[in-house]
Design a protein around this ligand. Structure first.
Ligand code: MLT
Length: 264
């Protein structure tokens, strides 16, 4: 299926728009693109309209240099939904897609009917993590994304995923290697300056599902459970045999959790 190309504030964004009915917006993590959701788009679009963008700077979307804040990504998404004439969505984001979700809630709350937050964090970065992000932003601009997979893949996947031959890890490596250096740097700078969302969690008054991969070392399950506990209608589920990317590592269990939540 060809991606639609929609220009938002002078930036062309690519989006997969599939199925009909209630809309579900799937927002990818860093430094990935819409193909991160390739195991979801058929099963979900059988019952829902599934909207899967490449965020600004990633995949087939245009890149803007400098810093792209989580608020900018959230506003891009709202304008994309305007262009697609979609008033409300179930917002589903993974990791950076979750950070953007907090901003989407802050800025576009009436558009959110439910939330699904996967392998993400509410806390802002520590000083050391901020330094690491600026280090990667500088290095990727100097030498391109060649070094990024080896830095990130061991943290993205559970040991079992890394040790089992499949195209999941290889395809993710290819996605990272073909990403724009400027896009990676801009998102890193944006994540480094994101706000702490912890105090906002009690305002999330829509049904909300928190999903954690059992082996996630970037956003540990215990921290994700705390988010669910702080959200009034928060539910929490763990996906076995997964690290940071359950939609790719254990799509069957992930899809079942999401479809059960959506139908409830
Ligand atoms: C992601 O998967 O989006 C990233 O791991 C988020 C981060 O770097 O904090």
């Amino acid at each position: 299926m060809d991606l639609k190309k929609i220009t938002v504030d002078g930036v062309q964004l690519a989006v997969r728009d599939q199925g009909s009915g209630e809309a579900v917006l799937l927002v990818h993590g860093f430094p990935l693109d819409h193909t991160m959701w390739r195991q979801q788009w058929e099963p979900l679009s059988a019952r829902y309209r599934v909207i899967i963008p490449d965020l600004r700077g990633f995949g087939q979307s245009e890149v803007t240099a400098g810093t792209v804040t989580m608020a900018q990504f959230a506003d891009d998404l709202a304008k994309l939904l305007d262009a697609l004439r979609v008033p409300t969505v179930t917002y589903c984001g993974l990791s950076m897609g979750g950070y953007i979700g907090w901003e989407f809630w802050r800025r576009h709350r009436p558009r959110v009917s439910r939330m699904i937050l996967c392998d993400t964090r509410a806390a802002a970065d520590t000083e050391i993590v901020v330094r690491g992000r600026h280090w990667m932003a500088r290095r990727v601009c100097d030498e391109g994304p060649g070094f990024v997979p080896e830095t990130m893949l061991p943290k993205l996947f559970a040991p079992q995923t890394l040790g089992t031959p499949s195209d999941v890890v290889d395809q993710t490596r290819r996605t990272i290697l073909t990403s724009s250096a400027e896009g990676i740097a801009a998102a890193q700078r944006g994540m480094a300056q994101r706000r702490d969302a912890t105090a906002m969690l009690s305002s999330l008054d829509v049904p909300t599902l928190l999903i954690a991969g059992t082996h996630d070392v970037i956003s540990p399950p215990a921290e994700i459970r705390q988010i669910a506990d702080a959200v009034p209608e928060g539910a929490f589920i763990m996906v076995e045999r997964s690290g940071h990317l359950p939609p790719l590592e254990n799509p069957d269990d992930f899809n079942q959790a999401v479809l059960t939540f959506l139908s409830g």
